[in-house]
Design a protein around this ligand. Structure first.
Ligand code: ZN
Length: 311
C-alpha cells in the first residue's frame, strides 16, 4: 500500500465546491444504510465464478439485485470494465458523467451511471479493499475514470507496431457471443488502476497497489452484461507500448483476475429496494411539433398562407 497523504494539495490551494450536488429526492446519493447492509451480509450464495487469464477478456451476466466481486487472486493486476443493460446494449456505462457526478476515482457508495437518454445507476459500489489508498505522493488515486482502455490503434499510432491483445480488443472478443461488436465497447472503469494528472495536467499511471485477495465489489441495480479485460500492461509497473518483436517486459507483471457473482439469499435485505427507472425527462429537446398536432389547420394556414387548402 502506498503512502497515504492527508492533504496533498497544501494549505494555500483553494478547493472550489463540486459542480454537482444531490437533491434529496434524486437517485444521485446512495442510501448508505442499505448498501452497508448489502456489503456486510453473509446471506449470500456464490452463483458464478471464473478466473480471467492474462491478456484476455470475458463477458458475463449479473441479475438485478446480485453482487459482483472482482478480485486479484495472484496479486496486482489492472482490469478494464464495461457494463451494459443486458436487455438493451444502447444503455451502457457513461464514464465521463460518472466522473462529474462522483469523482475521477470511484469507491464505496459511488454509483456507475448509464448514458443518455437513460441516466440511471447501473451499479452501486459496495466494497473496495483499496479504499484507504487515498492519495499517493504524486496525487494518484485508485479505480480510474480519467483514462480509458488501451487499444491497438493508439498503439500503432505511437509505436508503429501492431498488437492484438489490448483491452479494447479483449473486450471486443469477449462480447461477440452476445451479438455485440467493437462499436459497443466504451470508455471503461479501470479497476485497481492508479492514475492522476501531473503538474502539467497530463495523465499518468502508477503501479497497481493491489495485493493477493484485494477486491472491488458492486451491486447490480438492473440486469447487466459486464465485460472485463486483464490489461496487457499487467500491474503497470513496467508499462510501455507493445512491440511485436523482441522481449516483452510487461508480460512478467501480468496476472489473472477473479470474478464472483453472489445471490442475496435473505430477501428481507432487499426490502425497499427497486430497480431505478430511466430518466423521467420526456421533453422533445425544444421541438414544437405538438402545435401541429393540436391545431393542424390554423398552424398550417399561418405557415403556408391561403394558397393551399387545408381541411
Ligand atoms: Zn489495457
Amino acid at each position: 500500500m502506498a503512502q497515504v497523504i492527508a492533504n496533498p494539495f497544501g494549505s494555500s490551494t483553494s478547493n472550489p465546491v463540486p459542480a454537482y450536488e444531490a437533491f434529496k429526492t434524486s437517485l444521485f446519493a446512495a442510501n448508505r444504510t442499505f448498501y452497508s447492509t448489502i456489503s456486510s451480509t453473509t446471506s449470500r450464495e456464490l452463483v458464478q465464478s471464473f478466473t480471467l487469464p492474462i491478456r484476455s477478456g470475458r463477458a458475463w451476466e449479473i441479475p438485478a439485485g446480485h453482487i459482483c466481486r472482482i478480485t486479484t487472486p495472484e496479486g496486482p493486476q489492472v482490469g478494464d470494465l464495461n457494463i451494459w443493460n443486458l436487455h438493451n446494449p444502447r444503455e451502457r456505462f457513461w464514464a465521463s458523467r460518472t466522473r462529474q457526478l462522483h469523482a475521477a476515482h470511484v469507491t464505496k457508495f459511488d454509483r456507475l451511471w448509464s448514458c443518455l437518454p437513460y441516466l440511471r445507476p447501473l451499479v452501486t459500489i459496495t466494497g473496495d479493499s483499496l479504499a484507504k489508498y487515498g492519495y499517493d505522493p504524486a496525487r494518484g488515486r485508485v479505480h480510474d475514470l480519467l483514462g480509458t482502455r488501451c487499444d491497438p490503434y493508439v498503439n500503432q499510432m505511437l509505436s508503429g507496431e501492431s498488437f492484438d491483445y489490448h483491452c479494447h480488443s479483449n473486450l471486443t472478443r469477449a462480447i461477440m457471443p452476445y451479438g455485440l461488436t467493437e462499436f459497443d465497447v466504451h470508455d471503461v472503469l479501470n479497476v485497481f488502476q492508479v492514475t492522476g494528472l501531473n503538474k502539467d495536467d497530463k495523465y499518468f499511471m502508477q503501479p497497481c497497489p493491489a495485493d493477493k485477495g484485494d477486491y472491488f465489489e458492486f451491486f447490480a441495480e438492473i440486469d447487466l452484461l459486464c465485460a472485463l479485460s486483464t490489461c496487457p500492461g499487467g500491474d503497470l509497473s513496467k508499462w510501455g507500448w507493445a512491440k511485436s518483436q523482441g522481449g516483452d517486459p510487461m508480460l512478467e507483471c501480468c496476472r489473472p483476475l477473479g470474478v464472483e457473482v453472489y445471490k442475496i439469499t435473505d430477501p428481507n435485505l432487499l426490502d425497499g429496494w427497486k430497480e431505478p427507472e430511466p430518466s423521467k425527462y420526456k421533453g422533445m429537446h425544444g421541438l414544437i411539433m405538438a402545435d401541429f398536432e393540436k391545431k393542424p389547420a390554423e398552424v398550417n394556414k399561418e405557415a403556408y398562407g391561403s394558397k393551399i387548402k387545408f381541411p
